[in-house]
Design a protein around this ligand. Structure first.
Ligand code: HEM
Length: 477
């Protein structure tokens, strides 16, 4: 007869399975709570999604507006989530965004994946806080103040005229591609100075292109991958820059642009060659894709709203006539007299919100609005969600530049960020747009070629190609 008492090893396995189940349940509860010891303090509401993957898939497979607004409706303007392997707190309240980025910014450090840091260079301004950051930031800012970029207007105009002439000869223009050429050339003169020698920077373009491809790809350091190629390009770029720096130091001619400003430093303010190289590479990087993406959106919106294009044309024609009478190119003062065009640019920056959010990391446990943000958690101020909030921008889905006839409420409009890390290149970016729009709308008309607008909304609103257009000259410049 078989015994009714189970054998000992069976009881033992049952007990172990029970322990495993209890562990799993506690683990899942812990995950849902945020996977951190919160003590008696409350974490923000929200879902941490699935173990390990969190909510990354949802974020990357739907329109980001939908992802964020759904959660905001369910949990409020501060909620937790888990994306890209990190627990995080997302914020769509302007006052809290200001605490993170301005008033308590010392508690939230900028954070980037280490592979991105490797590609740009670890000493670039973006990755730092404190005295090194403010030293380098002041230098960059001084090179991009209106007083500093005023002198670049004619050079930027020359670049525009050269590009427009080349676009006229093309059957179809890939807008994003061409805008990248434009923003790259402007970035080069800002960084190396107007008198930069062609042969000094020849070849850098290809290296930069490789770097960008790798930056936007999977970080797989395997032979043949864009990431590996980018790492190689980064090395060569570094060598070229170091040679350029050495040459300028040796001959005692530091040249203009940001590089000149860096090389002019003396005594304890001096930067090492690698600090200079990382920051030069970083600034070109920050200036290039961002401005090109916004310009691509700008053209799309002008094309979609003929009444706005017309209003812009009327404003620009006035300046064009004055230029004709006085036989001169465009001036800095002209660009200050373009209120209609400037509002279209402001609305483009809001509607496109090309930097949907920023990443910060809590350096210690911080309590905000009654919620705990544990040390090490990422904090994401959601610019795009704030820019699309009907509380601050009525009918947010309507492209309506006239909303900027009245200044937006403080901290609700942040296309260039706010606080210590805000964008030092915002005036240059706007200047580039104004000069291009002046010549494009007064001397050319354009037609869209083919179907679609070339802009992809998912996962993020980065144009992949831009509106394909054909350009027709209507008069000489
Ligand atoms: C329309 C074009 C642009 C947009 C939308 C844009 C947007 C931004 C934003 C939102 C930030 C803040 C990042 C943060 O707080 O972590 C930033 C930082 C930065 N931008 Fe721009 N940017 C643009 C063009 C430029 C240009 C032309 C330059 C050239 C100087 C530039 C250089 C930088 C640098 C160096 C930083 C880092 C500042 C720091 O960490 O202190 N950007 N940009």
């Amino acid at each position: 007869m078989m015994s009714v008492i189970p054998p000992l090893h069976f009881l033992l396995s049952l007990f172990l399975a029970f322990l495993l189940l209890v562990g799993l349940v506690f683990n899942l509860i812990g995950w849902q709570r945020g996977g951190a010891k919160s003590g008696h303090r409350r974490l923000p509401p929200g879902s941490m999604g699935w173990p390990y993957v969190g909510e990354t898939l949802s974020l990357y497979t739907q329109n980001p507006n939908t992802f964020f607004s759904k959660r905001q409706m369910r949990y409020g303007k501060i909620f937790k989530s888990h994306i890209l392997g990190c627990p995080c707190v997302m914020i769509s309240n302007p006052e809290i965004a200001k605490i993170i980025l301005v008033t308590q910014s010392h508690l939230f450090k900028p954070t980037y994946p280490s592979t991105k840091e490797m590609l740009i260079g670890p000493q670039a301004v973006f990755f730092h806080q404190g005295s090194y950051h403010s030293h380098v930031k002041k230098l960059i800012q001084s090179s991009f103040l209106p007083s500093a970029i005023k002198g670049q207007v004619h050079k930027i105009e020359d670049i525009v005229l050269g590009l427009l002439a080349s676009w006229e000869r093309m059957d179809t223009i890939n807008t994003l591609h061409e805008m990248k050429k434009y923003s790259y050339e402007v970035a080069m003169i800002s960084v190396f100075g107007k008198e930069v020698e062609g042969n000094e920077i020849r070849g850098l373009k290809h290296l930069y292109h490789c770097l960008e491809e790798g930056y936007n790809s999977m970080p797989l350091n395997l032979p043949g991958t864009p990431f590996k190629k980018a790492m190689k390009a980064r090395k060569v770029l570094n060598e070229r820059l170091r040679k350029m720096i050495q040459k300028r130091r040796e001959i005692g001619e530091h040249g203009g642009g940001l590089l000149g400003v860096f090389l002019d430093l003396k005594g304890k303010d001096q930067l090492s060659d690698s600090q200079i190289a990382d920051n030069i590479i970083g600034v070109i990087f920050a200036a290039h894709d961002t401005t090109a993406s916004v310009l691509t959106w700008l053209l799309k919106y002008l094309h979609e709203y003929p009444h706005l294009l017309n209003a812009v044309k009327i404003e620009q024609e006035e300046i064009w006539r004055e230029r004709l009478e006085t036989k001169r190119g465009i001036t800095w003062e002209d660009t200050r007299r373009m209120p209609v065009t400037s509002r279209v640019i402001q609305e483009t920056l809001r509607a496109a919100s090309i930097l949907s959010f920023l990443f910060r990391e809590a350096v210690e446990d911080v309590e905000i609005d009654g919620f705990l943000i544990p040390r090490g958690w990422k904090v994401l101020p959601l610019f795009r969600t704030i820019h699309y909030s009907s509380d601050f921008f009525p009918e947010p889905n309507k492209f309506d530049p006239s909303r900027f006839e009245v200044a937006p409420r403080p901290n609700t409009y942040m296309p260039f960020g706010i606080g210590a890390h805000s964008c030092p290149g915002n005036e240059l970016a706007k200047l580039e747009m104004l000069i291009l729009i002046h010549h494009l709308t007064t001397s050319f008309r354009w037609e869209a070629i083919g179907e679609g607008n070339g802009i992809e909304y998912v996962p993020f609103p980065v144009p992949k190609q831009g509106l394909p257009i054909k350009l027709h000259r209507v008069r000489e410049v």
